[in-house]
Design a binder for this molecule. Sequence first.
Ligand code: ADP
Ligand code: 5GP
Length: 212
Amino acid sequence: MSRRGLLIILSSPSGAGKSTLAGLLRAWDDTLEFSVSATTRPPREGEQDGKDYFFVSAPEFQNLVSQGEMLEHALVFGNYYGSPKAPVKTAIDAGRDVLFDIDWQGAQQIKNSSLQEHVLSIFILPPSIKELHRRLVSRGQDAPEVIERRMQKSWDEISHWDGYDYVLINADLNTTEERLKTIISAERLRRSQQPDLMDHVRALQTEFGEMT
Ligand code: ADP
Ligand code: 5GP
């Protein structure tokens, strides 16, 4: 039986663990497609263009937006970020799920789009603000002033926690990973994700009618 693809959105304040969790989910299920965002932010050490992000200039970004090629886009920490539309459409039409690591503004735009029926949104909370700070520092990829800016903005992101279908506290990484897998496995079985169910029920009805 065919299945529609889900748009699986992970959001959290920066440093709560969503990139780590997204990586674990992709290792768990290699059919899961990751939506590679375009951004005007400079690459961090080790980040690859086309894999982690499409690193573009501000004029290139504006051009993508004005051509209608973005499913959503937002200004986050002074840089533009956006999810290209075409790969998402191709994947979900073929029944493949797409994983998004995006902020609350992007999540809201996708939830208000024509694809809202297929959205599964999950918010990741840190166990404490102190631990969030520790994780940002231990990641070792941002300058102290960038970390401070992200900490200051963390409440803005956390304050949107109640707009999501599921909310997980990422204390122990293995526990959060297992919970995410449980949520995704169950959501894949939702009635709205199974377009062939109606045909199956009709066939059962015909068979039932023939018996009686
Ligand atoms: P985000 O993508 O939300 O900004 P990351 O996935 O980059 O966050 O995680 C930030 C840091 O915290 C990384 O160094 C990561 O290894 C670490 N981390 C993630 N989840 C946990 C956890 N449950 N316990 C301890 N450290 C974690
Ligand atoms: P980072 O610079 O740490 O990779 O990402 C900063 C923030 O931007 C994170 O909250 C991340 O989820 C968000 N982000 C990344 N890509 C996108 C995107 O395509 N759209 C939106 N709206 N946010 C994004």
